[in-house]
Write a protein that binds this ligand. Structure first.
Ligand SMILES: Nc1nc2c(c(=O)[nH]1)N[C@H]1C(S)=C(S)[C@@H](COP(=O)(O)OP(=O)(O)OC[C@H]3O[C@@H](n4cnc5c(=O)[nH]c(N)nc54)[C@H](O)[C@@H]3O)O[C@H]1N2
Ligand SMILES: Nc1nc2c(c(=O)[nH]1)N[C@H]1C(S)=C(S)[C@@H](COP(=O)(O)OP(=O)(O)OC[C@H]3O[C@@H](n4cnc5c(=O)[nH]c(N)nc54)[C@H](O)[C@@H]3O)O[C@H]1N2
Ligand code: SF4
Ligand SMILES: [Mo]
Length: 708
């Protein structure tokens, strides 16, 4: 068979949702993957890790047969078994647990390893029909979306393609070079066509910040103060659009008086961004109507993250930048699609009385923490698809203790023997997006797309949809969605949503779901009943922790601040060559990333006696990890950064970075806190020297760093 390029869609948890073309060499083999040129968001540009996907899909370590644990949990002993036996075992255990402890003791647990609507969310159909515990999806977007919706009231914003028409692009708390290449394509276009300027707001001098005309470096978790000071300048120096404020927002004299106190000098104290720089940025922003803020989810991962995101979302409401093409702001685009998910998720069987467990608290949940269990009994069985909590969940020590329970039954459906799969009683081999059918929306662009099977599944791999249907049959779960092929569910869901059916979608490849300029820019009103943007959000209405939140933008000082014992603030952002933990199994990505590294400012390293590439220890009350030091002025003094969610075995101590992150719930409605951790740092060599340590195990020398 001659090679040909087959249309597809990147399924990974990335805002870009690139339209792909996959070279099929034969029914079992792919060659290169390239971006679709005709798609006006992808424009032929994709990231390197997906361009070399053949390495992942044809990896010798792909799981191809069901496995059953032999020996003790976590020791890694497995033997191949047949699918029938494996399914009997899983269904038998779910029945046993449900009979003995009630159905809520079974917890189907998933996230966005694939973003395909069916293969990702179909697990909820089984959950709802069986009455298994529900899951609050807090690990990624909760804080950011709460913060955005608080003001705007709807999860969309200016069309990302408009960035090419901007005169000023502000990338706020997002390393787009690594996490959303297509934003950078737009930046280049706007620069070429209009001489547009780029401002990046990030505590680190990332590859994205390197490209900026102006880089503001706030301390992590202080963006609310920075944005409020920008508003102060805009209001004081006459850059606010008073008519817009009056017509489109709840802005009041009281708000103006409050913001008048948020001077750049006040913000400099909190953020470390020089007051002059804040003024210069505010003036640039205030004098550029076509100013587009691309908010990243990155800066929301703090205790005050939602509050900070809201403060940033206030800026275009002050200047009225929303009124202009190439102006406004964007955080996510999910509300554009309005898919009817009844069939996929079994929403008709959904019982709101069933308990909801916060996925980011899987550690405390599995360890039996009463509050985390939401007033119910223990979780005794897990069905896991599309996620790797043994590496990605916060408070990893608790996660590991929980998974080690001998009385817990764990089934993991995976493409690789991840750290989570290694803890399973039954491991089931999963297809990749190249081997199954799905429907894709996006959280960073506007196209609805379908991607169909390109090659045959290797070995005995089954898709998520097929597994859910197979289990449903054994558990006696009844729903029409379990009787239909993936293609039929996709087709019916498309039609129920008022979209063209599957055949037509295959032909046209994607559907542009953006709305009119007026709607995307909220010129007929924002998403609240009165149509007004809210400078004063109803935080209480947005979640149970809303009561604690300040009513107005500013600095909400609830972060895990540095103290004498923990003088550094740790952030743990994505690595360019991984996608969460995906691609940490391919050698090209691993080689490019090298090893887990602690980025630390040379001045801090000097005080601690740490040299380049020294082994260092990093810790807090939750534990400690060991890794290599990388001395770089790319981080602020007092801030340390570890990029990428490396597997535990990449660290000399055997445990990953999330050992240090907290599973507390961010306000108003939960949300994980990956960039909000106070830590101590010390050199590994010094550890040997008992004199350097006090009885609490804290390195004395770390206390010598400048206070922060
Ligand atoms: N320290 C720290 N921790 C973090 C973050 C951070 O920035 N710092 N980021 C957080 C964020 S934003 C997120 S979204 C989470 C993501 O964490 P995860 O959800 O674990 O991330 P992924 O690596 O995208 O996907 C997990 C698994 O899905 C599997 N998978 C992919 N497609 C399929 C499929 O079709 N079927 C099945 N059965 N499996 C499939 C992959 O093989 C992969 O092992 O991590 C969070 N954890
Ligand atoms: N290559 C690659 N791409 C990915 C991922 C990956 O792991 N690797 N993960 C995917 C996933 S799941 C997601 S959710 C998206 C996220 O992608 P985006 O929404 O684009 O956000 P990130 O790039 O994660 O944001 C990380 C940046 O935020 C900065 N940051 C951290 N704390 C603060 C703060 O307090 N203030 C400010 N201003 N900046 C801060 C970090 O220094 C870092 O540069 O990316 C997706 N794309
Ligand atoms: S990971 Fe993101 S940038 Fe890379 S191909 Fe997929 S959607 Fe595009
Ligand atoms: Mo994410």
């Amino acid at each position: 068979m001659a090679s040909e390029f087959i249309p597809s869609v990147c399924p990974h948890d990335c805002p870009s949702a690139c339209a792909l073309e996959v070279e099929r060499l034969d029914d079992h083999t792919i060659g290169r993957i390239r971006g679709a040129k005709e798609n006006d968001y992808t424009q032929g540009v994709i990231c390197a890790k997906v361009a070399r996907y053949a390495e992942r899909v044809h990896h010798p370590e792909r799981l191809t047969r069901p496995l059953k644990r032999v020996g003790k949990r976590g020791e890694g002993g497995f033997q191949p078994i047949g699918w029938e036996e494996a399914l009997d075992e899983v269904a038998g255990n779910f029945k046993r647990v449900a009979e003995r402890y009630g159905p809520e003791a079974v917890w189907p647990y998933y996230y966005a390893g694939t973003m395909g609507q069916l293969q990702r969310d179909g697990i909820n159909r089984l959950r709802h029909i069986m009455g298994y515990s529900r899951q609050q999806k807090t690990i990624c977007t909760e804080l950011a979306y709460s913060g955005w919706n608080a003001g705007v009231g709807r999860s969309w914003g200016s069309d990302p393609r408009e960035m090419a028409d901007s005169d000023l692009i502000i990338i706020w708390g997002c390393n787009a070079v690594a996490t959303q290449v297509n934003v950078m394509t737009r930046v280049s276009q706007a620069r070429r066509a209009r001489g547009a300027r780029l401002v990046v707001v990030d505590p680190c001098r990332t590859a994205t910040a390197e490209k900026a005309d102006l880089h503001l470096m706030p301390r992590p978790g202080t963006d609310g103060a920075l944005a409020s000071a920008v508003m102060q300048v805009l209001l004081e120096e006459g850059y606010a659009d008073r008519e817009y404020l009056q017509h489109y927002t709840d802005f009041s004299d009281e708000m103006e008086r409050h913001l008048a106190g948020c001077t750049p000098e006040w913000a400099e104290e909190i953020t470390a961004v020089p007051a002059d720089q804040i003024r210069a940025f505010a003036r640039l922003y205030g004098t550029t109507p076509r100013s587009f803020i691309r908010l990243g989810i990155g800066f929301s991962r703090s205790r005050n993250g939602a509050h900070n995101v809201h403060a940033v979302s206030c800026l275009p409401a002050v200047t009225g930048a929303w009124q202009h093409r190439g102006g406004g702001a964007l955080l996510g685009s999910s509300d554009l699609f309005r898919l009817d998910k009844r069939l996929i998720e079994g929403l008709d069987a959904h019982d709101p009385a069933t308990r909801v467990l916060d996925m980011s608290r899987i550690g405390p949940i599995l360890c039996g923490d009463e509050a985390a269990l939401a007033g119910g009994g223990p979780v005794m069985a897990l069905l896991i698809q599309n996620t790797n909590p043994m590496a990605v969940a916060p408070d990893l020590g608790a996660v590991h203790r929980g998974f080690a329970r001998e009385d817990l039954f764990v089934c993991v459906h995976e493409q690789f023997l991840t750290e989570t799969a290694r803890m399973a009683d039954i491991v089931l081999p999963a297809t990749t997006f190249l081997e199954h059918d799905d429907l894709y929306q996006s959280y960073g662009q506007v196209h609805l797309q379908v991607g169909c099977r390109v090659i045959a599944p290797p070995g005995e791999c089954r898709s998520n949809h097929q597994l859910i249907c197979d289990l449903a049959r054994r558990l006696g779960a009844e729903h029409e969605g379990f009787e239909m092929s993936a293609e039929a569910v996709i087709d019916a869901s498309l039609q129920a949503s008022g979209y063209p059916g599957l055949e037509q979608m295959k032909e046209q490849r994607w559907l542009d779901c953006s709305r009119s300029f007026r709607e995307m820019h909220f010129l007929d009103g924002f998403g609240w009943p009165d149509g007004r943007f809210r400078f004063s959000p109803d935080w209480v209405g947005l979640g149970p922790l809303g009561e604690e939140m300040p009513a107005k933008p500013g600095h909400w000082a609830v972060i895990d601040a540095a103290d004498e014992e923990h003088p550094f603030r740790l952030i743990t952002p994505p690595a360019r060559n991984f996608l969460n933990t995906t691609f940490s199994e391919t050698s090209t990505s691993r080689d490019k990333e090298g090893c887990p590294r602690l980025q630390i400012h040379p001045d801090d390293a000097k005080v601690l006696g740490i040299g380049a590439r020294d082994q260092v220890r990093l810790g807090n009350r939750r534990g400690e990890v060991r890794l290599e030091a990388w001395l770089t002025p790319a981080v602020l003094p007092g801030v340390v950064s570890v990029e990428g969610i490396w597997p535990g075995d990449a660290f000399p101590g055997g445990q990953g970075i999330n050992l240090l992150t907290s599973s507390e719930r961010g306000a108003p409605n939960g949300g994980a806190l990956f960039h909000d951790t106070a830590v101590w740092v010390c050199s590994e060599d010094r550890e040997q020297d008992e004199k350097m340590r006090d009885p609490s195990g804290i390195c004395r020398d770390s206390i010598l760093t400048p206070d922060f």
